[in-house]
Design a protein around this ligand. Structure first.
Ligand code: AMP
Ligand code: ZN
Length: 113
């Protein structure tokens, strides 16, 4: 069996991360290289390489529900936040385990570069 990816290792506790949320299906932790005052990653415990391979609608709904719960936990309302799911090479994805970024604590420019 191949070596689990880094986010699988975080989800299982094999390598440490600054966890801020976990439930049966999802784990959230602070990004190691924050791009905003608040930068959290939300991942499914299940290894799914990217959004393009995520064909479980209930898991995808659960991912967004976890983002919403965490936004409340971090008091990001009413100021707001940005949710990003980088997908594939052109999308800028560097870790091939589906994850949603929560970016907050400053105004987010548009368009992203
Ligand atoms: P992406 O470029 O969308 O694939 O995002 C991957 C993110 O994972 C980047 O923002 C990295 O800084 C972050 N990252 C990589 N390794 C770790 C780690 N061990 N703990 C926390 N965040 C990580
Ligand atoms: Zn994984």
């Amino acid at each position: 069996m191949s070596d689990p990816c880094i986010f699988c290792k975080i989800a299982s506790g094999v390598i440490p991360a600054d966890l801020i949320y976990q439930d049966e299906h999802f784990v959230a932790f602070h990004d190691i290289t924050p791009q905003a005052p608040v930068h959290v990653l939300v991942i499914p415990r299940q290894h799914i390489a990217s959004l393009s391979e995520a064909d479980d609608a209930s898991l995808l709904a659960g991912l967004l529900e976890a983002v919403r719960k965490i936004s409340s936990q971090l008091a990001l309302v009413p100021a707001g936040w940005r949710t990003v799911i980088n997908t594939g090479t052109d999308g800028g994805q560097t870790v091939m385990h589906l994850h949603a970024h929560i970016l907050a604590g400053r105004f987010m420019q548009w368009p992203p570069f």
